[in-house]
Write a protein that binds this ligand. Structure first.
Ligand code: G6P
Length: 637
């Protein structure tokens, strides 16, 4: 995925680039770097010929890059910067962006760099292009697919960087957003996007211009944003810019309007918390309350479209006869939970698919399907591609549950529900998940209403239960000291098993995901009835088994499954609720959630699992907010 930021200005742009990188670290943090054109001197003038490109790169975090930049006294009006999530080539300095091209020849490295380039995405034909460029004498310094683009642009350059990028674009297969400049054009930068996000920012007075992966990178710098479309190439200069579409047509301002976007800086204060994840877990009562604010009753209008081709939800809800949910990661598990609600309460057949699988399999399209994408970021490449795939199959009724109102997902879906979790910084998703569940429960009720399955009494009862949830969540958060005790034991383990049944099976899946992604303990989740069909073979006294056990229709069956574990010496960690009637005894640890919450109980039961993962990671000393190898927003497939 990676994050990109670039600028052409008459002021020193390096602080803006470094700050932008800090805000883009959620897209990856394996390495980072910045390159400037030293001829674009501060004040808007151009230095005499001979002053060239300079860069600083680091495999540490952006804070370390800042130190390097200060030591090297990097300052210029033109620059690009990048934070990386490694796809091709290990996270090492020589693979860090920006990549330079010094031109062809074995001695090229001794000559000044000619092209500086940053890239987000994957170039699928990089091997073929590398061979071609090597045959022309280009020497490669990295294992990245990105360096191929830098050399390709250099090979095609004939005095006009815009033309070179335009031509290079036709040779690239795969996904990319790039920002690039050339040594001979100090006050010019070119951007292009295909399959990866890129926006342009117009600075004060229209004099300076920016490129970035998202508007958040430019928060506080400019709120005047142009969303580039697939295939766009943008020429960014001091005081002017123009955009061409994929067919080479110059676009008018009406075709790519400048929008005022209030992006959060993301630089939220930690307050009394040690990590963003902990803060975000504790923000859930507030986030849930905000998500419900202003909702007086259930109405399809809550889901009316906000995108490029908005639709009226009531009309769509009347027409559809099934739901297809597409999502990745934690968002996928919120979809799995919603399936139970949609089928039980709204009586609508529902499928949930991992977006990266759906987009490549042959499925049977049904135009009466409501395609629901769920995404915190609204930029996940696989989910966006799955949405577009569904649309290409003739399914035009699309809805997204999304946390970012300005995202591609919201723009591309006919209907939307914006969760109000606020900016989520910790890579492990927490408050986004519970607010997605809030949105999905409201969707269930709205669909039930459209299908004549929601009485006024039921509506009032469900809304009352939802409104009480912030208080109930607070009571669950108060269980933290007990979860710290469990976490101390989990931190000694190599494996863990999570069990749930029905509505709480997806919660067990989410609990296992949380534990593995931040504490690196191998964790798997099973519907408890499946235990005897395989995973029971793993159960010994060294295997902690977490059981999500509220009092529901399957509780007695779950208790039998727990006996199966105890009989093999497995140690149980049970999350019961006020009505579960499970007591602690030898080999059975119990934490009792204060209330019994019925249909909405997944929203409460996931919280102790988040706390368990958090405190286990803390006990193990891992990087909680930035776990190894992961990223917050995954904009490559
Ligand atoms: C990444 C994140 C996960 C997230 C998933 C889907 O893998 O680390 O926390 O659940 O992407 O992201 P989305 O923004 O589409 O919800």
């Amino acid at each position: 995925m990676c994050g990109i930021v670039g600028a052409v200005s008459s002021r020193n742009i390096v602080p803006v680039l470094v700050q932008g990188l800090q805000r883009l670290e959620y897209r990856g943090y394996d390495s980072c770097g910045v390159a400037i054109h030293r001829a674009a001197v501060v004040g808007g003038a151009v230095a005499p010929a001979g002053v060239g490109l300079q860069r600083a790169r680091s495999t540490a975090r952006v804070a370390e890059l800042q130190t390097q930049v200060t030591q090297d006294q990097l300052a210029a009006g033109t620059g690009i910067a990048h934070t990386r999530w490694a796809t091709h080539g290990a996270p090492a300095v020589h693979n860090a962006h920006p990549h330079f091209s010094h031109g062809p020849g074995a001695d090229a490295a001794s000559r000044p760099a000619r092209v500086a380039l940053v890239h987000n995405g994957i170039i699928e034909n990089h091997d073929e292009l590398r061979a071609e460029l090597q045959a022309k004498g280009y020497v490669f310094d990295s294992q990245t697919d990105t360096e191929v683009i830098a050399h390709l642009v250099d090979a095609l350059y004939d005095g006009d960087i815009f033309q070179a990028v335009r031509t290079a674009r036709s040779r690239l297969h795969g996904a990319y957003a790039i920002a690039v400049f050339h040594k001979d054009e100090p006050q010019r930068m070119v951007g292009a996007r295909q399959g990866s996000p890129l926006i342009m920012g117009v600075g004060e007075g229209g004099g300076e211009h920016f490129l970035a992966s998202d508007a958040m990178a430019l928060a506080g710098v400019t709120d005047q944003i142009v969303y580039l479309a697939e295939g766009d190439v943008v020429d960014v200069q001091l005081g002017r810019y123009w955009i061409e579409d994929t067919n080479g047509q110059t676009l008018t301002p009406a075709q790519r309007p400048v929008k005022t976007v209030q992006a959060h800086s993301g630089a939220a204060e930690l307050g009394p918390y040690r990590h963003y994840m902990q803060k975000e877990i504790f923000e859930q009562p507030r986030a849930f309350g905000d998500t419900l604010e202003g909702i007086e009753g259930i109405a399809p209008e809550l889901f009316d479209g906000q995108g490029e081709q908005p639709a009226a939800a009531w009309r769509v809800f009347k027409e559809i006869d099934n739901v297809l949910i597409l999502a990745c990661g934690t968002s996928y598990y919120s979809g799995c939970t919603a399936k139970y609600w949609l089928e039980e309460i709204a009586g609508i057949p529902t499928q949930v698919e991992v977006a990266s699988e759906y987009r490549y399999r042959t499925s049977v399209p049904n135009p009466k399907t409501l395609v629901v994408t769920i995404s915190q970021s609204g930029e996940t490449a696989d989910t966006l591609a799955a949405l577009r795939h569904a649309q290409s199959l003739g399914m035009q009724h699309t809805l997204t549950i999304c946390n970012v109102a300005t995202s591609a997902m919201v723009r591309e879906c006919a209907l939307a529900y914006i969760t109000r979790a606020g900016v989520e910084i910790g890579v492990a998703s927490t408050k986004a998940f519970t607010t997605q569940l809030a949105g999905l429960f409201l969707l269930t009720l709205a669909l039930a209403q459209a299908k004549g399955r929601l009485s006024a009494d039921d509506e009032a009862r469900h809304l009352k239960a939802m409104r009480h949830l912030p208080v109930a969540l607070q009571a669950v958060l108060a269980l933290e000291p007990q979860l710290i005790q469990w976490a101390e034991q989990f931190a000694q383990k190599d494996n863990a098993l999570f069990l749930g049944r029905g509505l709480h099976y997806p919660i067990a899946l989410e609990g296992a995901l949380k534990l593995k992604e931040i504490s690196y303990i191998h964790a798997e989740a099973y519907p408890a009835g499946e235990l005897k069909h395989g995973p029971l073979a793993l159960v010994t006294s060294a295997m902690p088994v977490v059981v999500v056990a509220p009092n529901d229709a399957l509780l007695e069956k779950l208790k039998s499954n727990m006996q199966e574990v105890r009989a093999r010496g497995g140690v149980l960690y049970v999350l019961a609720d006020a009505d579960s009637h499970i007591s602690a005894s030898e080999g059975i640890h119990v934490i009792r959630l204060p209330e019994h919450y019925g249909t909405l109980s997944p929203i409460l039961h996931v919280v102790p699992l988040q706390l368990l993962a958090y405190h286990t990671a803390l006990a193990k000393g891992t990087d909680v907010d930035k776990p190894r190898n992961l990223a917050k927003s995954v904009t490559v497939e």
